[in-house]
Design a protein around this ligand. Structure first.
Ligand code: GPU
Length: 837
């Protein structure tokens, strides 16, 4: 097959991609070669970090041919492809996972051992690829794994931030943020595509140009340009030959800018100023479920979208010259509204560059894009100030106006002319400050809008976008989130994996519904004992970690009661703290009290500017100081805040947990995915009827989960009739005592008053119904403790949780996307027959 190669003449026979592997291709050889030739080290200068780096390169080498073959196969077969567009990917570490997916972990470990290296130890030198905030970014990473495993012709696109999520330190109990330059030791996984660069335009103005025949078009001119360069990360599927691609864009100054614009004497300044454009991909915005409306963020979004669409269209044009084929060949999934500017961008390309008329361009656009909504939290709904939007993207603003004009025309004709209804539906908000509503644009410009759990989808349809749902009744659907069993069970919990595999074989790793078979062993006392031993093994690893990090001695027989996730008021870490203080009071009232020992573990980052969330972190650490140092408490209760929660830390914490805290106020956690990870590792959930908790309960059975609190409708009703948190405070002595203690600086004698805002907020507003759910939560926690006493019964429940978690595999979620939305089918690779390729 002939392929343009930019005029370079290279003898094709030198490439190994089409051949068997040479004899010399062993991991030991590659590893040694990279140590010597790539890193230029010898036995004296080699460090463990070098070992990590060289091993990763060796493992990457093993993927390269599959990677090339996969991309070539997609090119030759030319199936419909799906492009997953996300501003965030929380990949975590890649080495261990790559080895597992290549089915090479054990063999590699043994080979390294012969050379005197310890794989487990080497792995620890990898820095997390933390290019995301929380659930949304981690979901994207799980979906990449599943898309590759399901052999889908899928491509991830994102931004290669130089600084990913910040590093969190705790100083005097407060969160302090440090920049995390994750690339400081280099990154063995991504490769720079030196020739793949696109120009991205900003600012400028729109010129109307008239053809001789009187027709006209619009030209976007006098722009300030930036280059996007591609870095590719391999995404290997589990035990398949497909290796998909994640393409991350980095901003680079254009190199051919006009010096004539500048005074010759300003040469250095002119060059330096051009480097400003590289700030576009400098840093990830550290907000989760919150938008800041910053100019640079819009720049990032457009930068990302422009480069990605140019790349998608380039690939399309290799095989096609008819634009009508575009929606048959391309599906673009928008991960929340962050990349929604892709809709007017595709319109601009089709109209202004490809000269397709509006109707045709719109037909193509609305059949290409699909949008996933990830939250109903109002402060997360993106709206761009029209002036900002128009300054940066003048042509796009025009297009958005025209989309809106036509849409509202249609609505008036076919649905309603009621001004109030039109205002709600409008893509541009009215009022003194006009804003572009990205969610409205997303709904109008796509063929599918999905929520991420049943309840969330129901709330989208009935409460957030009811009129849209009436206008487009078939557009809204649900795809409940999922997690990848490879990382979250097989890699994170090797002991549990071994135990499960010893009973049912290994097929569960790619078909999680197979776990159902372990139900057959619930009544096997020996199996249950082994199950507990696995948990104890994992707990001991975490105990060591806690001892090292926090210097706290943890009772291995205590309930490991864990809440790890981003800090947000709606997630109610505060409710958890109130429970801790309640337990503390019981101990203080009766130091001899017999109670089930607990270790309450917290982890998570707060957005740097989110004061209320940061004060909850401070409260946890203040309470921990008092509780952990009170001799009356002993090992009955410990409070642990683990700093710098990350994917890697999650992999240590979750397998060691007994109790999973999923306690958001009902209606606000779109899905949650931590809930799934814990249950899959045998922790029982204490949770509200929110997000995917509801579906987890449905699967594992109500006797195997602890549900409490107001239902989503009850929260709405309570607020409608006027919620008065003070009433709960006044009528509940235990709650009153806890609140009074915080208010009286019991936990912070040296910094009086620091929790006043928190207490006032709770007493007067309590927007997230902490007081309303307090008693129900305490009662349910008491039930948890009671049931934990009966270890045999608890173990059965733990087994049922794992056995019935199959639905929450990201393989299930991704195949639903593929069938219900993308209409994309697997491409099985069968060329290349060496088992070493
Ligand atoms: N989510 Br919007 C984020 O992590 N960040 C965001 O900016 C937005 C949503 C989360 C939801 O809060 C969580 O409930 C969900 O499980 C996750 O997205 C993945 O869908």
């Amino acid at each position: 097959m002939a392929k343009k190669n930019n005029g370079k003449v290279v003898n094709g026979s030198i490439f190994f991609t089409d051949k068997e592997e040479p004899e010399s291709f062993s991991i030991s050889n590659q590893f040694a070669e990279h140590l010597e030739f790539t890193l230029v080290k010898d036995r004296i200068t080699v460090t463990k970090d070098d070992a990590y780096y060289a091993l990763s390169l060796a493992v990457r080498d093993r993927m390269v041919r599959r990677w090339l073959r996969t991309q070539r196969e997609y090119h030759i077969k030319d199936p419909k492809r799906v492009y997953y567009l996300s501003l965030e990917y929380l990949m975590g570490r890649l080495l261990g996972n790559a080895l597992i997916n290549l089915d090479y972990y054990e063999e590699c470990r043994e080979l390294l051992k012969k050379d005197g290296y310890n794989l487990e130890e080497i792995k620890e030198y990898e820095h997390d690829m933390g290019l995301g905030n929380g659930g949304l970014g981690r979901l994207a990473a799980c979906y990449l794994d599943s898309m590759a495993t399901l052999q889908l012709p899928a491509f991830g696109y994102g931004i290669r931030y130089e600084y990913g999520i910040f590093a969190q330190e705790i100083e005097n109990g407060y969160q302090v943020e440090y920049a995390d330059y994750w690339l400081k030791n280099g990154n063995p996984w991504d490769i720079l595509r030196r020739s793949l660069q696109y120009r991205v335009k900003f600012y400028g103005r729109v010129e109307k140009k008239v053809y001789p025949d009187g027709t006209y078009y619009f030209d976007w001119v006098d722009t300030d340009d930036v280059l996007a360069v591609a870095y590719d990360v391999p995404v290997p599927g589990y035990k398949v030959k497909n290796v998909n691609n994640l393409r991350l864009w980095q901003a680079k100054a254009v190199s051919d800018f006009e010096f004539s614009e500048f005074n010759r004497g300003d040469y250095v300044e002119a060059v330096a100023k051009k480097n400003d454009s590289e700030t576009i991909s400098k840093v990830l915005y550290p907000n989760d479920t919150y938008v800041e409306g910053k100019f640079l963020r819009l720049k990032q979004q457009y930068f990302f979208v422009s480069a990605t669409l140019q790349d998608i269209i380039r690939k399309f044009k290799i095989n096609h010259d008819n634009w009508e084929d575009f929606p048959e060949k391309v599906c673009i999934q928008l991960n929340d509204t962050h990349p929604v500017v892709a809709i007017p961008e595709l319109m601009r390309i089709l109209i202004d560059q490809e000269r397709l008329g509006w109707e045709k361009a719109w037909y193509i656009t609305t059949r290409t894009f699909a949008y996933t909504n990830h939250t109903v939290v109002p402060e997360a709904l993106e709206e761009w100030n029209e002036k900002i939007f128009g300054e940066l993207l003048p042509r796009h603003l025009q297009i958005v106006y025209e989309i809106n004009r036509r849409f509202l025309e249609d609505v008036k004709k076919n649905y309603s002319a009621d001004e109030a209804v039109l205002e709600k539906l409008s893509i541009i908000s009215s009022g003194p400050e006009k804003r572009v509503r990205m969610a409205n644009l997303a709904i109008v410009g796509t063929f599918a809008v999905n929520g991420v759990a049943e309840l969330h989808t129901h709330i989208l349809k009935t409460r957030i976008f009811p009129d849209f749902n009436k206008i487009y009744p078939k557009k809204f659907l649900c795809v409940t989130n999922g997690i990848t069993p490879r990382r979250w069970i097989r890699a994170a919990n090797p002991e549990l994996s071994k135990l499960i595999t010893s009973k049912i074989g290994e097929e569960w790793v790619r078909d999680l519904s197979q776990l159902k078979q372990i139900e057959n062993f619930v009544d096997d006392a020996a199996f249950r004992k082994k199950w507990r031993e696995v948990k104890m093994h994992n707990r001991r690893l975490l105990i060591d970690y806690i001892k090292n990090e926090n210097n706290i001695d943890v009772n291995p027989d205590s309930i490991f009661d864990v809440q790890v996730k981003r800090f947000h008021e709606y997630k109610r870490q505060l409710l958890n703290v109130l429970h801790v203080i309640t337990l503390y009071n019981r101990i203080k009232d009766n130091p001899k009290i017999k109670m089930v020992p607990r270790t309450v573990i917290f982890g998570g980052k707060a957005a740097p500017a989110y004061y209320a969330a940061k004060m909850v972190i401070k409260l946890i650490n203040s309470v921990a100081d008092v509780v952990n140092n009170d001799p009356d408490v002993g090992d009955k209760l410990k409070v642990v805040f683990l700093k710098n929660y990350s994917v890697t830390l999650a992999e240590k914490i979750i397998p060691a947990s007994d109790l999973s805290e999923q306690i958001s106020v009902a209606g606000l956690e779109a899905s949650g995915t931590g809930n799934m990870k814990f249950a899959a590792n045998g922790a029982l959930t204490i949770g509200t009827m929110d997000g995917a908790n509801i579906e987890i309960r449905e699967e594992v059975g109500e006797e195997n989960i602890f549900i409490f609190g107001l239902l989503a409708e009850e929260v709405v009703e309570l607020k409608a009739k006027g919620y008065n948190p003070r009433k709960y405070y006044e009528s509940n002595p235990s709650l009153k005592r806890v609140i009074d203690m915080i208010a009286s600086n019991y936990f912070n004698p040296k910094e009086p008053g620091i929790f006043n805002d928190m207490i006032n907020g709770l007493m007067n507003v309590d927007y997230y119904c902490v007081f309303a759910d307090y008693q129900s939560y305490i009662d349910t926690q008491d039930k948890v403790a009671q049931e934990f006493l009966n270890q045999e019964e608890w173990t059965k429940k733990s087994i049922y949780n794992v056995a019935r978690i199959g639905k929450f595999s990201s393989d299930r979620a991704v195949s639903e996307y593929a069938k219900k939305i993308w209409n994309v089918k697997p491409v099985k690779l069968n060329n290349g027959n060496s088992n070493h390729d």
